[in-house]
Design a protein around this ligand. Structure first.
Ligand SMILES: Nc1ncnc2c1ncn2[C@@H]1O[C@H](COP(=O)(O)OP(=O)(O)OP(=O)(O)O)[C@@H](O)[C@H]1O
Ligand SMILES: [Mg+2]
Length: 318
């Protein structure tokens, strides 16, 4: 087993009295695709922004350890972190407009991204931008390279952002819902691109998504989040075929069967996610609740398949 590329331990992120991420630990090995799933508000985006040092909210409190290639990212200076972001780690944000500047052309922005990290001529950077736009499926990229973000459709903007993220062949790509806004054909193209990034450059990918179909297609490992915590973690096969946490059961039950239509957003399980507090964050919505659930269960298990649930082992099957 290769050493982890990224190892996050006991990450905690608080905004005032609200705990958005509550002791999250996970690791990603080189070339691995980790699928992060969990409903809206479970802390998926915030935890990854925390990993990258991108939480700017005044008064936000972040603690824990984020070790990437042997360095603790939470301890780095801003300038050191900037050098890592975009070159060794790239992020595709949930909202593509946060990554694009309205006043510059798409091609200029991709070319600048290339030139920020590599000594290449403007001409060569522009050619790279055209090639990248072509790779992410933008038609007529030689013309489209000179378009402004508002001239692109939402799906095209998302693809342009993906092109920017791929421009420096990062060792780790964190992709937050990169395919949600896209039609099925484009989505398949993007998943192919991510697979190629891994095959050609050994890149690891953290893929945040609501779409269990996407996870089942691309992830090696799956992290299920609920209420700012990891409730289950295991290989794709383990999590899909022998899920252990009642929340994961609910997630998988809400995935339509083969004949049904494909859902983009996970239907919700009754109730609303509780703010992380003392007990198990899922207890209020759990039909298997025990007295023990008043205290938060630790994430534990064997051979890489972990869950945070007090149910007796023999009852952790659907
Ligand atoms: N800057 C912030 N200040 C205060 N609260 C925040 C901030 N950012 C996120 N939160 C809160 O943290 C929780 C987790 O948010 P997050 O964006 O990580 O959810 P998510 O799992 O990515 O959801 P979605 O699937 O809808 O994108 C939410 O309750 C959100 O309101
Ligand atoms: Mg999010």
């Amino acid at each position: 087993m290769p050493e982890p590329l990224l190892e996050v331990s006991d990450l905690r992120i608080r905004f005032g009295g609200f705990t958005a991420v509550d002791g999250l630990s996970f690791s990603v090995r080189p070339g691995e695709v980790l699928g992060v799933v969990g409903e809206s508000g479970s802390g998926k985006s915030v935890s990854m922004l925390g990993v990258l040092g991108l939480i700017r909210t005044p008064g936000a409190k972040i603690s824990g350890k984020v070790v990437f290639r042997g360095r603790d990212l939470l301890a780095l200076k801003n300038a050191e972190m900037r050098a890592i972001r975009g070159r060794e780690i790239a992020m595709i944000f949930q909202d593509p407009m946060t990554a694009l500047t309205p006043v510059y052309t798409i091609g200029w922005q991709i070319a600048e991204q290339v030139r920020a990290h590599e000594k290449v001529s403007k001409r060569a950077a522009r050619d790279r931008a055209i090639k990248l736009l072509d790779e992410v499926g933008i038609p007529a990229p030689e013309q489209r390279v000179d378009a402004y973000p508002h001239e692109f459709s939402g799906g095209m903007r998302q693809r342009a952002v993906i092109a920017m993220a791929l421009s420096c062949n990062p060792a780790l790509l964190i992709a937050d819902e990169p395919t949600t806004a896209l039609d099925v054909t484009t989505q398949a193209q993007i998943l192919d691109l991510l697979r190629r990034l891994r095959a050609d450059h050994g890149s690891a990918v953290v893929m945040i998504t609501h779409d269990m179909g996407v996870v089942s297609e691309i992830a090696d490992e799956v992290l299920v989040m609920y209420g700012g915590r990891a409730v289950e973690r295991g290989s794709r096969t383990e999590v899909f075929h022998s899920p252990r946490h009642p929340y994961t059961w609910g997630l998988l039950d809400s995935v339509p069967r083969v004949s049904g239509p494909r859902v983009r957003r996970l239907p919700t399980i009754p109730g609303t996610p509780g703010a992380a507090g003392q007990g198990c964050p899922f207890a209020d919505r759990c039909t298997h609740r025990l007295a023990a659930c008043a205290e938060a269960p630790p994430l534990s298990g064997t051979a890489g398949h972990l869950d945070a649930c007090w149910l007796p082992e023999e009852e952790k099957t659907r």
